[in-house]
Design a protein around this ligand. Structure first.
Ligand SMILES: Cc1cc2nc3c(=O)[nH]c(=O)nc-3n(C[C@H](O)[C@H](O)[C@H](O)COP(=O)(O)O)c2cc1C
Length: 304
């Protein structure tokens, strides 16, 4: 991701507590988002239980490409949530473990009402069919699970694969047991009770998820990961042109032919590295020689 490009990270809290200030998940989410915003990235947070998202009723119209009838139901806020997700580059979920799963508020949307937005448009790149786009396509993901005792690993399993199958890129997950830190009467009114706000580990573990999401958004490796997952590829000359124009470079025919030999998944990262460093090789055109020399020097791991 280029310097100065504006990014947004959305936090989604899956606690069922209606007062988010009483929720451990909400607190942990704020810590993760703080680590992101300290790096100058815009953040926003949503408390899913406070949103009016009617639960999927299984009519399956969306499975056949039809409109979800609940979207026109009075007060349904699904489209607002979709818009918040769509305008974000990464998502951090923070949720409690309920019955060894992520609490329903966390998974309800992706397992139900999100369905019509998971196969929005066919992405065709040249002759390649990259499949349907998705609301979650290419979004970095961070997950924080907290439970009184056990089941954090199961909670990840109830969310992570669904995100991955929806073309998101989960890059960090942290699970913590919070037995004596739970914000519930039967703990808070006893001598074993401790305050989550007073712990360094809770802050640090949550911040590390935020930090990893931030790093992943800015990593060169993102181009490779996205390529491997079939999420993003250089689609056509126009898109190539954007990368090279930005750097004030021009192709020549031999360079273009040489570039085509680079495996599809690695093209973008190879081009970016070469293009950013090409001046150091003394070229001002992306010729065949410049590409070969550039790959040797600046993208040696990218093999043909
Ligand atoms: C219905 C219910 C089921 C729960 N199931 C589990 C569980 O399986 N494992 C666990 O470790 N904690 C379980 N808990 C405890 C919560 O995960 C814990 O209190 C958590 O800190 C709540 O997070 P919150 O404050 O963000 O809502 C459960 C709590 C409730 C209300």
């Amino acid at each position: 991701m280029a310097e100065g490009e504006s990014l947004k990270v959305l936090g989604l809290c899956g606690s069922h507590k209606m007062d988010k200030q009483e929720s451990v998940s909400w607190y942990l989410l704020q810590q993760a988002l703080e680590a992101v915003s300290e790096n100058g990235v815009e953040v926003d947070a949503v408390h899913l239980s406070s949103m009016n998202i009617y639960r999927c009723q299984g009519c399956s119209r969306c499975m056949g490409g039809g409109e979800c009838p609940l979207l026109s139901r009075d007060g349904d806020e699904t489209l607002s949530l979709v818009e918040m997700i769509r305008s974000s580059d990464a998502l951090i979920f923070s949720f409690p473990v309920y019955g060894l799963h992520a609490a329903n508020a966390t998974t309800d949307f992706i397992g139900g009402r999100a369905k019509p937005f998971l196969g929005e448009e066919l992405v065709v790149s040249g002759k390649e069919n990259l499949g349907k786009s998705s609301l979650f396509r290419g979004k970095m993901g961070g997950l924080i699970a907290n439970g009184g005792g056990y089941g954090m690993e199961m909670a990840f399993v109830s969310l992570w694969p669904a995100l991955f199958a929806s073309k998101a890129i989960p890059v960090a997950c942290a699970g913590v047991s919070t037995f004596e830190y739970q914000k519930v009467d039967f703990i808070e009114n006893t001598p074993i009770s401790k305050k989550i706000e007073d712990t360094e580990w809770a802050r640090n573990i949550s911040r590390s998820v935020g930090q990893r999401v931030y790093d992943a958004l800015h990593s060169q490796a993102r181009y490779i990961i996205e390529g491997m997952m079939g999420i993003r590829r250089i689609k056509d000359d126009d898109e190539l042109g954007i990368v090279t124009d930005k750097l004030g470079l021009k192709w020549d025919k031999s360079g273009r032919e040489e570039f085509e030999k680079i495996p599809v998944f690695a093209r973008e990262v190879a081009l970016k590295m070469i293009a950013e460093n090409i001046g150091k090789l003394g070229y001002d055109l992306l010729t065949k020689e410049a590409i070969i020399e550039g790959r040797k020097r600046f993208a040696p791991g990218v093999k043909t």
